[in-house]
Each structure stands twice: as C-alpha cells, then as structure tokens.
Design a protein around this ligand. Structure first.
Ligand SMILES: Cc1cc2nc3c(=O)[nH]c(=O)nc-3n(C[C@H](O)[C@H](O)[C@H](O)COP(=O)(O)OP(=O)(O)OC[C@H]3O[C@@H](n4cnc5c(N)ncnc54)[C@H](O)[C@@H]3O)c2cc1C
Length: 420
C-alpha cells in the first residue's frame, strides 16, 4: 500500500505506555509517529536512585529513537504536543505544526501536583523526570556542603534536616535511603558535620505509610523506616513550605530541604480530549481504552482512569505497558475487521523498597518482607530496565554501593541555580 494510504497512528509520549503501543504495532501495515518532548525514555522506578547519587541518569534512560531504530514503520519526533483537535483528527505541536492522524494514542503520563499550592514547588521539588532527579541530587548533596560551611549551629541543623512529603513508594524510598547515605557515605568526608545530626522526617496526611499495601506490610515499612533513623509522621499535614522552614500543622520546623512525593496530576493534554476528567486530571475511558465518543482515540497509562472492579487500575509501569499494548491491539483488530476486546488488567503485584535489605512485596497470594523482598525488588528492576548496557551498568553500581556503602555519582552540577 502506498505510504500515504497506510493508516497514520500518532502516539503521544514515549514512556512505558507509548513505547509498548509502538512496539505492539511493529508488524502492522501502518505509519507510526511517536512524539515525545524529550529525546529519552525514563525508567521512572529507578529515578530515586539517580536522585540519591546511586546511579547515573544515563543508566536509567534510553534514547527513544534508539529503542525504535529497527522498527521501520515508526518515526520519532522530539516535540511537545500542545493541543488536540479530536473532531479534525489533528495534533498541534509546539512550533504550530499539525500532525493529522487516523488513530491517536495519548500516553503523556502525569506530573506531581501540589494540591493547588504551586508556589511550594520552588522549595520542594518533586520527582518525575531526569531533570527533577538531578535537582534533588544537587540539593541533597549541596545541603552537606552548606552545613560544612556553617558557623551557626541552628542554621547547620536546618541544612541537615530533610523533610519528605508523602509516604507513597517514592517518599518511602527517598526517606529510607537518606539517613544511610548521611551516616555511611557522606559524614566521614566532612569535618564539621556530625552524621547523628542529620534528621529525616517523612510526613504523610493519611494514617499510615504505603497505603496501597495491606496494613501488616505498611506497619512493617514504618518500623523499618524508624530503625533506619527516619521520623515518620502519619496523620500530619504540611501547611506551609518556605525557604528556611516547613510547617507541619502548627509546628514550625527549621529546614532547608523539602522534597515532594505527594499527589499526581495527569498530563494537561487529557483535558484536550473533549471529555470530563477526574480530580486528578485522568481521562475516563471505554472498556477498550478508547475515549468516549472517539473510538479512534485512546488514552493509556498514568493519564487514563481505567476501571478495575470498584477501583481504578493503579498508576504503575506494568499497567501502563499493558494498556499501551491493548490500545495497539484495538487498532490491529480494526485493521483485521475483528471486534475489539475489553482491557483486563493483570496485577503482577506490588514491590516497594525501604532501604538496603529492606523491602515489602505484595502478590495477593504471597506477602514478602525484608531481605528476600529487597532482592526480589532488585531482580525485577534490573529485569525490566530497558537496554542491556544499562542493566549491566546499574548492577555494577548497585554492587559497589551495596558492598562499600558509597554512592558513585556524587556530582553537584547546578549550584548556581540554587544560589539564584
Ligand atoms: C519516582 C517514581 C517511582 C516510581 N516507581 C515505580 C515502581 O517502583 N514500580 C512501578 O510499577 N511504577 C513506578 N512508578 C510509576 C510508573 O513509572 C508510571 O506509572 C509509568 O511511568 C507511567 O507510564 P506512562 O507511559 O503513562 O507515562 P510516563 O512514563 O510518565 O511517560 C510519559 C511520556 O510522555 C511525555 N510527554 C508528556 N507530555 C508531553 C507532551 N505534551 N508532548 C510530548 N510528550 C509528552 C514525557 O516526556 C514522557 O516521556 C514510579 C513513578 C515515579 C515518578
């Protein structure tokens, strides 16, 4: 079939969902254009490792163009999608150029949200992209440099106080690793810092940490965190974040480092699809993952609100993978004149790491904690990491960190940004 006659499938987003959609269409007689505003796919589950100097950003990313290099029916555009005209079947890109489609798969994910307090972002960066991870790494490492220079004890204490807001997997992972780095990897390199003076506080508005897990595992995670030296404050709300302090309820804690791991807001492109989104900005979809009223448009991954019994499918990488694949299969079914099937989420279980040798795993029929869960977590993350070179490199860096307690990537690269 002449090139222009082949159906044009536009995929917005080269994350887990977008990539798996593109790959599922590998042998289809279609033209695929995958658009992403960055040139790389990010393995988000290991972002916190990059944020805490354990692995290099390059090891948890891969160029999207490289990942699809062998797929002849796909091209990649590095561009930001600005709006979607679902009636005219057209996506407008950042330079005003238009992409017409026969099928559209929107997989632009989510960002962290500040519950309407966007001004907090300046003092409390969140963790979604490589840039975010570098920002957190810089701030975390620079805090020790500032503390070393400080003559004032109260000020030094503020530099060595780290508050993490939100005790979901990201908050727990960040909180669990920070005291260990401070005690084992950093403190010995400084002269004025007493590692025991490093304080890590994890704040959660709900009554327990890791609320997606059964209570027994979440209680275990809390105990693990406390043993690692984290102060866990559940049922506590952050009411203000300023440059030099954070307010938890009525209490003012002098603190120079706040990291945000609470709340998600789906990509704003969801609002351009002509349907009402939920409070988190997610797009409700039909059982085949298409957008109501537009069977040629699919919303998948973190952007989509996909029903799963009386809940929603969780915003995790395997779910995004499965949804991307399913949307692509819907297109394949159309092309073959078959009926589309409803999406069924295959829950592969949940894993969260709390720190060295500490993790929890919930497979429904089996719950694991401690060292075994930690090794499982390690194995799964290495297994799913994109690209062989990355796997090897991450494995070596982890082995180094595990046996030496050191962090291999202690680079501060944007100090001037912080001074500004
Ligand atoms: C810190 C962290 C830790 C996590 N840990 C785990 C874990 O341990 N296990 C797990 O299963 N899940 C984990 N997750 C969740 C998991 O990473 C997400 O569910 C998954 O990435 C969602 O995939 P997605 O394809 O929907 O979106 P994403 O992977 O976020 O991809 C979206 C893509 O869209 C692009 N994009 C966005 N807007 C535009 C635009 N306007 N134009 C063009 N491109 C655009 C982005 O650049 C990005 O490449 C974690 C997430 C984070 C942030």
């Amino acid at each position: 079939m002449a090139d222009s006659k082949r159906p044009h499938v536009v995929i917005l987003g080269g994350g887990f969902a977008g990539l798996s959609a593109a790959r599922t269409l590998k042998r289809a007689d279609v033209r695929i254009t995958l658009v992403d505003r960055s040139n790389h796919h990010v393995f988000q589950p290991l972002l916190y490792q990059a944020a805490t100097a354990a692995v290099s950003p390059g090891d948890i990313t891969a160029p999207i163009r490289f990942l699809l290099r062998k797929q002849r029916n796909a091209r990649v555009l590095m561009a930001s999608a600005e709006s979607i005209d679902v009636e005219g079947k057209c996506v407008r890109l950042d330079r005003g150029d238009d992409l017409h489609y026969d099928y559209l798969i929107v997989a632009t994910g989510a960002r962290h949200a500040y519950f309407g307090r966007d001004e907090w972002e300046e003092h409390a960066p969140g963790l979604k992209s490589i840039e975010d991870a570098l920002e957190i790494r810089n701030r975390f490492l620079a805090a020790f440099e500032e503390a070393e220079r400080c003559d004032d004890e109260a000020e030094r204490r503020a530099w060595l106080t780290f508050v993490i807001v939100g005790a979901g997997p990201t908050g727990v992972e960040l909180a669990g690793v920070m005291p260990v780095i401070a005690r084992k990897a950093l403190a010995g390199d400084y002269r004025a810092i007493d590692a025991a003076g490093t304080r890590v506080i994890l704040v959660e508005g709900l009554d327990r940490v890791l609320t997606a897990y059964p209570e027994s595992l979440s209680a275990r995670a809390k105990r693990d965190l406390e043993e690692l030296g984290v102060q866990v404050r559940t049922g506590a709300r952050v009411t203000a974040i300023e440059e030099d302090c954070v307010h938890i309820g009525d209490e003012r804690i002098p603190c120079r480092n706040v990291f945000w791991a609470a709340g998600n807001q789906a990509s704003s492109l969801g609002k351009k699809l002509g349907v009402e989104t939920d409070r988190a900005g997610r797009v409700p979809v039909e059982p085949d993952l298409s957008v109501p009223g537009h069977s040629e448009v699919f919303a998948v991954g973190d952007l989509a609100a996909v029903k799963w019994g009386d809940k929603l499918v969780p915003g995790v990488a395997p779910a995004a993978n499965q949804q991307g694949k399913h949307a692509a299969r819907g297109i394949l079914a159309d092309l073959a004149g078959r009926a589309r099937k409803p999406f069924r989420y295959l829950d592969k279980g949940n894993l969260a790491t709390i720190g060295r040798n500490r993790a929890i795993a919930d497979f429904g029929w089996l719950r694991v904690r401690g060292r075994l869960a930690w090794f499982l977590w390690l194995f799964v993350h290495i297994l799913y990491l994109v690209g062989f070179r990355n796997r090897l490199s991450v494995l070596l860096q982890w082995a180094y960190a595990y046996f030496t307690f050191q962090r291999g990537v202690r680079l501060i690269t944007q100090v001037e940004k912080r001074e500004g």
